[in-house]
Design a protein around this ligand. Structure first.
Ligand SMILES: N[C@@H](CCC(=O)N[C@@H](CS)C(=O)NCC(=O)O)C(=O)O
Length: 215
């Protein structure tokens, strides 16, 4: 059985939703931030980060985009992504990785500016610039959805939309303002919130309504 190392509203939220959508058996391991920051967790996750997916053979897999792509491929019959080998699958992978490296990583910096700065003034600059950069990436996604939506893969809902939903939760200055600024992304987020299979997981994370969450 899979094991998901999970913290409320953190990066494990999207893999959690993907597991729920796929309807595959898994063990959900809720963690506190303190447990994630315990040096012992690095035995499972080298950088001490969630999400981690434990595979049925016991191997721990890190990186949210890889976990999601693996799960949707391993359970391709559930059609939460295009089938491996299809051109649409290439676009799906491209979008997952695009959002992971350009958007998720920007949030990592934004919420922990001490990663790249020493003084309070430097940290304020890093937070401001990371916020601007994240919002510029959201603008690119918004423009694509306006042209080729309603979902990231056009007419087809996929796990990439769930990933976009999770990243939108963390937007600054707030999710609410972000959704007002990006109405096409707002429609994707509303569609994720409306999916019956996700209700329990989204309630557990406390994100059924747009609000202010931290990465
Ligand atoms: N590139 C990683 C980033 C994971 C990451 O940054 N996770 C954050 C939570 S959203 C974390 O575990 N932070 C640990 C901490 O704040 O101590 C991924 O996509 O999975």
């Amino acid at each position: 059985m899979y094991k998901l190392y999970n913290v409320k509203t953190w990066g494990s939220l999207a893999p959690h939703c993907v597991l729920e959508e796929l309807g595959v058996p898994y063990q959900n391991i809720w963690m506190t931030p303190e447990q994630v920051r315990d040096p012992k967790f690095k035995e499972i996750s080298p950088l001490g980060l969630v999400p981690v997916l434990g595979l049925p053979d016991g191997r721990p897999i890190v990186e949210s985009a890889a976990i999601i792509a693996f799960l949707t491929d391993a359970h391709a019959d559930k059609k939460l992504a295009p089938a491996p080998g299809e051109a649409d699958h290439a676009e799906y992978l491209s979008f997952l990785v695009f959002m992971s490296v350009n958007l998720y990583q920007m949030f990592s910096v934004l919420y922990a500016p001490g990663m790249l700065a020493d003084t309070d003034a430097e940290k304020a600059t890093v937070t401001r610039r990371a916020t601007e950069n994240a919002n510029a990436i959201f603008d690119l996604i918004e423009a694509r959805l306006a042209k080729e939506g309603p979902y990231i893969l056009g007419e087809r809902f996929s796990a990439a939309d769930i990933y976009l939903f999770m990243l939108s939760l963390w937007a600054r200055p707030s999710e609410t303002e972000h959704l007002a600024r990006c109405p096409h992304i707002a429609r994707v987020c509303a569609a994720v919130r409306a999916r019956p299979k996700l209700k329990a997981a989204l309630e557990a994370h406390g994100v059924m309504e747009p609000g202010g969450y931290g990465a």
